[in-house]
Design a protein around this ligand. Structure first.
Ligand SMILES: [Zn+2]
Ligand SMILES: [Zn+2]
Length: 145
């Protein structure tokens, strides 16, 4: 439970800094992502919200997810077409999500830890990494490889 509280406080703090408010819809979706602790698809969130007697249409859910991505609280995983909580929102550089293609578990690593200097390589090409977006790497996790 302590970790849930920590993530929630961090999200609150990021919103405060950005002068954004946590609306009830934003809060419910964040709570579901925290509670489930695994990548979730928008339609899975929709089903869960329905079970909680909170019917939201899918475009609202996508809008809320985009908001949390912008706040750097959530990462989109295009490979899985799902969304997951960032495991370390305090890291300011581009995040790397290593996604197990077999069991969908996600391990986040940062550039420096992996020995990859994406910032340098993109700089050499005259391009820059898109802010807010994570780099997705398909992997087989320790239990699936
Ligand atoms: Zn992250
Ligand atoms: Zn796996």
């Amino acid at each position: 439970m302590a970790k849930e509280k920590l993530i929630k406080n961090k999200a609150l703090q990021l919103c405060l800094e950005a002068k954004e408010i946590i609306t009830p819809n934003r809060a419910s979706i964040l709570d579901l992502l925290i509670k489930n602790n695994k990548p979730l698809a928008a339609y899975e969130l929709k089903e869960m919200l329905k079970d909680n007697n909170k019917g939201l249409n899918i475009s609202t859910i996508y809008r809320v997810l985009d908001f949390w991505i912008k706040m750097k609280v959530v990462h989109k995983l295009s490979i899985l077409n799902k969304y997951v909580l960032c495991s370390n929102p305090d890291e300011v550089h581009t995040h790397i999500t290593n996604i197990c293609t077999k069991c969908s578990s996600v391990v986040e690593t940062c550039n420096e830890n992996m020995g990859l200097n994406l910032k340098e390589s993109t700089k050499n090409m005259g391009v820059a990494l898109t802010p807010d977006l994570n780099v997705e790497i398909p992997v087989l996790c320790a239990s699936c490889k």
